[in-house]
Design a protein around this ligand. Structure first.
Ligand SMILES: Cc1cc2nc3c(=O)[nH]c(=O)nc-3n(C[C@H](O)[C@H](O)[C@H](O)COP(=O)(O)O)c2cc1C
Length: 247
């Protein structure tokens, strides 16, 4: 397939339901619900990438989970999970890993069973999150992680790669857009860029900022492939700051 064809394919939505959209190739910030061996519900924020869509409309997602996460062995057992997509007004739910010091985040989690309208689910559903998938889980492989955490020799430098195959897609609020990792990168870029003028002109701090901004733009293409408009805007800002910095 030529480059144009590939880009068109990447941009095509894998799910679109009256506004709610999941795009192929994009990385979304989700909250995954699984059960432990005793059948207790467990929820954790995880990035999931939409990798494929079958002819029958079922989606394939990929999650990469540190082997040290509590969620890892629970996913590795196979079975089912729920993949929730909080809306932009629900960022607070991503504090879930800190449930010990910030109680109340799990309120509204329905254990497996009937969740209304005669529908039965095998995994926990957070009833406060309108849009979610029920998915079958397959462990694919473990991989070495070559990122900043691993470079510092931190424990947990291996991640499991899991394939999540959607069985049911539930869109209760089409107006609630899912949060992409791209959203996070845009904010990170803008915070750093907006502080640029606070650093002494031509200083090491400014040069370091410019190279960090370039790194963010590089990552953007990995988490939101083919999103030319945003990447272009960031590139324009980056070159503007480079000029100010004289680099
Ligand atoms: C927005 C967000 C996205 C995250 N994405 C991932 C991810 O893709 N893979 C991963 O291993 N951890 C990810 N984490 C970190 C895990 O949520 C964190 O390690 C958590 O403690 C795991 O929970 P558990 O130990 O209960 O499984 C993410 C955290 C946040 C807040």
């Amino acid at each position: 397939m030529n480059e144009r064809g590939t880009k068109r394919n990447l941009k095509s939505p894998a799910v679109r339901a009256r506004g709610f959209e999941l795009r192929r190739g994009y990385l979304y910030e989700s909250i995954v619900g699984v059960l432990d061996a005793e059948g207790n519900p467990h929820l954790a924020p995880l990035g999931v990438r939409v990798t494929d869509k079958h002819d029958d409309g079922k989606l394939v997602l990929e999650a990469r989970v540190f082997t040290t996460a509590t969620t890892y062995p629970r996913l590795k057992r196979g079975g089912e999970c729920t993949v929730h997509f909080p809306g932009r007004s629900q960022l607070g739910l991503f504090f879930l890993p800190f449930r010990d010091v910030l109680p109340g985040l799990q309120e509204g989690v329905a254990p497996p069973g009937m969740i209304g309208r005669g529908r039965s689910v095998a995994t926990p559903v957070h009833l406060g999150i309108a849009n979610y998938l029920e998915a079958g889980v397959t462990w694919v492989e473990d991989e070495e992680v070559n990122d900043a955490i691993a470079a510092q020799g931190a424990a947990g430098s291996r991640r499991g790669v899991f394939r999540l195959s959607s069985r049911v897609v539930v869109v209760n609020d089409p107006g609630s857009s899912p949060i992409t990792r791209q959203d996070g990168l845009i904010l990170e870029f803008l915070v750093k860029a907006s502080r640029f003028r606070c650093c002494p002109p031509g200083s090491h701090l400014q040069r370091a900022t410019v190279s960090e901004l370039a790194g963010i733009i590089e990552k953007m293409d990995n988490v939101a492939p083919g999103d030319d408009k945003t990447a272009l805007a960031l590139r324009v800002l980056e070159s503007f700051l480079r000029e100010l910095n004289g680099s």
